[in-house]
Design a protein around this ligand. Structure first.
Ligand code: ADP
Ligand code: MG
Length: 487
């Protein structure tokens, strides 16, 4: 193995962090996995509960076909094997928010098998992370402990909601890799329309498995941090947990396999319960549900319906538009960004278009906490600005001023340039005149420059641009100034 920048230093040398993620993604459907009740978010407590979801005796689950289509689509998006036969099993445990006394899930035979997610790292490299499986399961309800001084309540709206559990291989080695994995997975399900990916509403949440080892050693014992609900929290949880484990081991202790909670207030994790093993759940095939068969024709039809996915778009942006991997991967993180960018790039320099979308527009939107869909500058308008830079009507520096006004007023670039007289001066005579003036006014600096103080060139350029009101074409200023100073 080559030097690994991800290694953590400890008292006893270097440690490697090993991470595997289980992501629960709520399938974007109108109704639940086995009942016709609504699966929408935010209704009044218990307004969306059918007898099936309430676990009434004798109720029979009926599979929602839409959930199967979306699970298969997601599997295809993860480059995964789709299993023609899968089996729903009962995972038995008691919890007040689980009225059935078991969760219907898939265990030995999931609907989707091995797949791969390509992640994009901040240093401009990519890495392939294995997906072990994707299976369908029901969500549980929610206990409410903060509504009454002496009583707890239960809200079963979530009970029976359709979840896809996507389990990764223990292939990640740093908080950055885990963050990139969640970001890419979220982009994929959003492009496919199989999950809305809204982590703050809980429709995507993450169980983070962390262990540490000496490089090359066997996998260490893992701890699982439950229900982490943002990319930043996933990364913080890994940072804290890996250091905690290293300290325990270096202090002569042992890691016990356990389930931990992440405390968002102070960025720490704490023990919740010791971890069950699979045999504690007494899994067995649900006798109310036949094995699920998905035929190749069904899978093929879904494959044909797939949109262009994030990685395909990323590679196309690099080849078709010559973008860097970094720029392309920031754009594809959200489908809206790619649509916006492609509209700006239409008929304009694509690299310049990407620059303006990524650094100026997204930055400006972030400052005022607006989404791209609410941008006061429309793509055609930003395209107009890019066009004015490309054809030398305005300099990049003036363009920033123009952009600020576009952003504040929604006006077109050309109108602002016209009204404020910002057109770049490309008239040789006019530039020549200013250059001569500035050179004539600074005889000592000219002498110093000629005596070898090259840095002064920048001083002259600055003075000249300033006198032109920022409008002189910088390239022409350079050329003319150089000649003049050599005279
Ligand atoms: P469980 O439901 O018991 O947590 P799963 O098989 O659903 O088991 O998920 C296990 C997760 O833990 C997977 O994402 C896997 O990659 C990860 N994992 C397994 N062993 C380790 C380890 N030693 N260190 C870190 N992650 C691990
Ligand atoms: Mg788990």
């Amino acid at each position: 193995m080559t030097a690994n920048a991800n290694l953590l230093k400890g008292e006893t040398g270097d440690w490697e962090v090993v991470i595997g993620l289980e992501v629960h993604a709520q399938v974007l459907t109108k109704s639940k996995l086995f009942s016709g009740a609504s699966a929408d978010f935010g209704a009044a407590p218990n307004a969306q509960v059918s007898p099936v979801d309430a676990g009434m005796p004798g109720m029979l689950p009926v599979i929602n076909k839409e959930c199967i289509s979306k699970a298969v689509l997601t599997g295809l998006g993860l480059n995964a094997k789709i299993n023609n036969v899968s089996v729903f099993e009962r995972k038995n445990y008691f919890y007040p928010d689980l009225p059935q006394g078991y969760q219907i899930s898939q265990y030995q035979h999931p609907i989707v098998g091995n797949g791969i997610i390509e992640i994009d790292l901040p240093d401009g490299t990519t890495k392939k992370i294995g997906v072990e499986r994707l299976h369908l399961e029901q969500d549980a309800g929610k206990s409410l402990h903060d509504q009454h001084p002496h009583k707890s309540f239960v809200d079963l709206n979530r009970s029976g909601n359709p979840l896809m559990e996507i389990v990764s291989m223990p292939d990640m080695r740093s908080p950055e890799e885990a963050g990139a994995y969640v970001t890419k997975l979220r982009a994929i399900v959003r492009y496919l329309g199989t999950c809305d990916g809204n982590m703050d509403e809980g429709s995507m949440r993450c169980d983070v498995n962390v262990s540490v080892r000496k490089p090359g050693a066997e996998l260490g014992t893992r701890c699982e941090i439950k229900n982490v609900n943002s990319v930043r929290f996933v990364q913080q949880a890994i940072e804290f947990e890996s250091r905690r484990q290293i300290e325990v081991i270096e202090g002569g202790g042992k890691i016990t396999q356990e389930t931990r909670l992440f405390d968002t207030k102070n960025g720490t994790t704490r023990a919740m319960r010791s971890k069950e093993d699979a045999h504690d759940y007494r899994y067995f095939p649900d006798p109310d549900l036949l094995p699920l068969v998905v035929e190749d024709a069904f899978i093929d039809a879904l494959r044909k319906s797939m949109p262009e996915l994030p990685d395909a778009k990323k590679h196309r942006f690099m080849h078709e538009y010559g973008l860097s991997l970094q720029d392309a991967s920031v754009l594809i993180a959200e489908k809206e960004r790619t649509d916006y960018f492609e509209a700006v790039a239409k008929g304009h320099d694509p690299k310049l278009a990407a620059n303006w979308v990524l650094s100026e527009l997204l930055g400006a939107l972030k400052k005022v906490e607006k989404e791209l869909s609410d941008s006061p500058v429309k793509p055609e308008q930003l395209g107009g600005l890019v066009g004015l830079i490309s054809d030398n009507t305005i300099s990049g520096k003036i363009a920033k001023e123009v952009f600020a006004e576009m952003f504040a007023t929604g006006k077109n670039a050309a109108d602002i340039v016209e009204a404020r007289g910002l057109k770049q001066v490309t008239d040789t005579g006019a530039i020549d005149k200013i250059v001569s003036e500035v050179v004539a006014e600074n005889p000592d600096k000219v002498a110093e420059y000629k005596g070898g103080k090259d840095k002064l060139f920048g001083f002259f350029v600055g003075q000249i641009l300033k006198r032109s009101g920022g409008k002189a074409n910088p390239g022409m200023v350079n050329d003319i100034l150089k000649k003049k100073l050599e005279e």
